[in-house]
Structures are given as structure tokens and as C-alpha cells.
Design a protein around this ligand. Structure first.
Ligand code: FES
Ligand code: FES
Length: 161
């Protein structure tokens, strides 16, 4: 089938089998390899992207669901100020990374901060429920998100609000 959608801000058209996984389409057709093929079962979050403003696991999205959608991968998000807020927050907190599930972690933080600019520690832990990261300690991750939230407020409002 022929599919039209908006990918990282640009209109794209491609052919895919109706049930082909979106993660494979992104990695093989475009190729955008920031989202990884991990468990392919919805458990690890390494394949995360933003799909119509929500973080989803691209291994669970079939090609036919992509028609007319808006997709943002970590490659597209990496050009934004919002991305820089998050990676600076992680760096200042000393978040350790092998990089394998960066897409999942960073895009999860983004949707969390959009919904809740002042998340509590519990909010952050709940937000990361769908990410299985072998590298990052929960305390440094929480600290990274809190620092990223402060950096964003300073950038947007000139002070913490
Ligand atoms: S590869 Fe999609 S959740 Fe693990
Ligand atoms: S950064 Fe998550 S598995 Fe390494």
C-alpha cells in the first residue's frame, strides 16, 4: 500500500505491506536508525517515537495506522531547543548512557514535560514505566528530568516558575 504522512516535519510517501512494523519502515526505508529494534514486543521502549503528539512504541504500530499521521523521530527532535534542554539536564545529572534507548528516554521526557512542566519524582518514575534501560540509575534519571525542567523554565521565562 502507498502511505502518506508527515515525518519530522516533511510530507513523505512510501510503499509498505499493510502490517509491516513502523520501526522497520523507519529504519529501512528512510533510514532513520535512532529508534532501535529491541524486544519487538512493546516491552523495552528502545523503538519509541512521537506519533500524533504521543510517545508510542514503533514496533507495535503497523503500516496502515501510519496514514495521515504526524511522526517525530529522535533525529527530527534533535534539532529543537526542547531536545537541548533534556540532554543538558541529563549531562548535568550525570545520567549514564550506552545510547541504545536514548530515543525512548528523551522522547518520554519531552512528552512528560509538555503534560506536566513540574513533575514530581513519582510522576517521573510513572512516566518511565514503559522504558527498560539497563544503564541508567533511577535516581540520576529523576535528577536529570528535574534539571531539564528547570533549564526549560529558565529558557522560556527567564526564571523558575
Ligand atoms: S523494540 Fe519496541 S518496545 Fe522493545
Ligand atoms: S542507555 Fe538504555 S540500555 Fe543503555
Amino acid at each position: 500500500m502507498t502511505i502518506h504522512c508527515i515525518l519530522n516535519g516533511e510530507e513523505v510517501t512510501f510503499n509498505a505491506n499493510v502490517n509491516e512494523r513502523l520501526i522497520n519502515i523507519l529504519r529501512e526505508t528512510f533510514p532513520l536508525t535512532g529508534a532501535k529494534c529491541g524486544c519487538l514486543a512493546g516491552n523495552c521502549g528502545a523503538c519509541s517515537i512521537i506519533f500524533n503528539h504521543k510517545v508510542v512504541k514503533a514496533c507495535l504500530i503497523a503500516a496502515f495506522q501510519v496514514r495521515g499521521s504526524k511522526l517525530i523521530t529522535i533525529e527530527g527532535f534533535a534539532h529543537t531547543d526542547e531536545y537541548r534542554d533534556i540532554v543538558q539536564g541529563f549531562a548535568r545529572a550525570g545520567v549514564r548512557n550506552c545510547g541504545y534507548c536514548d530515543a525512548g528516554k528523551i522522547l518520554t521526557v519531552e512528552t512528560l514535560l509538555v503534560q506536566n512542566p513540574h513533575p514530581s519524582r513519582l510522576d517521573i518514575l510513572a512516566g518511565f514505566n514503559g522504558i527498560r534501560c539497563r544503564c541508567t540509575e533511577p535516581d540520576s534519571l529523576i535528577q536529570g528530568v528535574l534539571i531539564a525542567a528547570s533549564i526549560r523554565q529558565l529558557r522560556l521565562y527567564g526564571r523558575a516558575i
